[in-house]
Design a protein around this ligand. Structure first.
Ligand SMILES: [Mg+2]
Length: 300
């Protein structure tokens, strides 16, 4: 997993100051420039930079107000901010730090020190992002984990749009583990996750390991026909793996239960989506496994 280049948003109303900072960091980071407070807030929302270097004295919206605006928005709340200012009175520095600034640098500054401080902060940011990524990843399959799925399902959608959710369960997995051992079971799950991953995903789609041998596929902007076709592809991809199985079966297979719904006025995902998909999974299992079973929820 190679990390994308880190980004710094530089905010200063004087072009000469912006240029100095730009020159100092352009070789190591992607730089975004803003010349006033409103522009800084808009660009921070749009690009979600890793760090913001923020001037304090600016006309109309000053740096402290920009900081408050950043803190008010969940997406920008945790972006570290370093104030860079000519205000050297300690009360200004105190105010900046109390607002949650990561650091405070007074102009005129000594460039190597500013570079070193920024590099240190960027190192912490990189480590934090790595930890956040791992916290949302299933270590065995490297697919998104249950927590990531639950976060995704909290998002709001356009009323009237279609969404679908499917639960995929490996057939007779307990017997597989009993016969071949858990290490082989783990390898089978990894192979299965790899096969699922190979099937081209739609935009916004999320495939997560829910737990054990159960996976959940979240298909926003997908109606019943699209989503069930997509899950049929996934079922086939698993069956093509040809992992040997016991009980007279030639290969590992999976059963999938799915549900489609139309988003209501609240924009939220219906609560009973999961339960309904699970019910469909039960039907797929009881009707012989290695199949997709689908339902539709109305009036949510
Ligand atoms: Mg200024």
């Amino acid at each position: 997993m190679s990390a994308p280049q880190q980004q710094i948003l530089i905010v200063d109303d004087h072009s000469a100051n912006r240029r100095v900072l730009y020159e100092l960091f352009k070789d190591n980071y992607r730089i975004i420039l803003a010349k006033n407070g409103p522009m800084a807030l808009a660009l921070a929302q749009k690009h979600l930079p890793d760090l913001i270097l923020l001037d304090v004295v600016m006309p109309e919206v000053n740096g402290y107000e920009v900081m408050s605006g950043l803190k008010a928005e969940p997406a920008t709340r945790d972006i570290p901010v370093i104030f860079i200012t000519a205000l050297e009175d300690q009360s200004y520095e105190e105010r900046g730090l109390l607002l949650g600034a990561a650091d405070y640098i007074i102009k005129p500054f000594y460039p190597p020190i500013v570079r070193a401080r920024v590099n240190n902060h960027m190192q912490w940011v990189r480590q934090r992002h790595l930890l956040e990524r791992f916290a949302l990843l299933d270590p065995l399959t490297e697919l998104p984990n249950r927590r990531r799925l639950e976060d995704t399902l909290k998002a709001k959608h356009a009323p009237g749009s279609s969404v679908s959710l499917a639960v995929l369960d490996v057939d007779h997995f307990k017997q597989f583990n009993d016969r071949y051992g858990h290490a082989a079971g783990d390898r089978a799950l990894q192979a299965l996750a790899g096969a699922l991953h190979e099937v081209k995903q739609n935009e916004g789609e999320l495939m997560a390991r829910f737990g054990g041998e159960e996976f959940v596929i979240w298909l926003p902007q997908c109606d019943r026909a699209q989503a069930s076709r997509r899950c049929e592809e996934l079922r086939l991809a698993v069956s093509k793996l040809r992992i040997p199985h016991v009980e007279g079966k030639l290969k590992i297979s999976c059963s999938i239960g799915g549900v489609s719904a139309v988003i209501g006025h609240s924009g939220g995902v219906p609560d009973d989506l999961f339960e309904t998909a699970d019910g469909q999974l039960y039907l797929a299992k009881s009707q012989g496994r290695d199949r997709v079973h689908w339902s539709e929820l109305s009036g949510c």
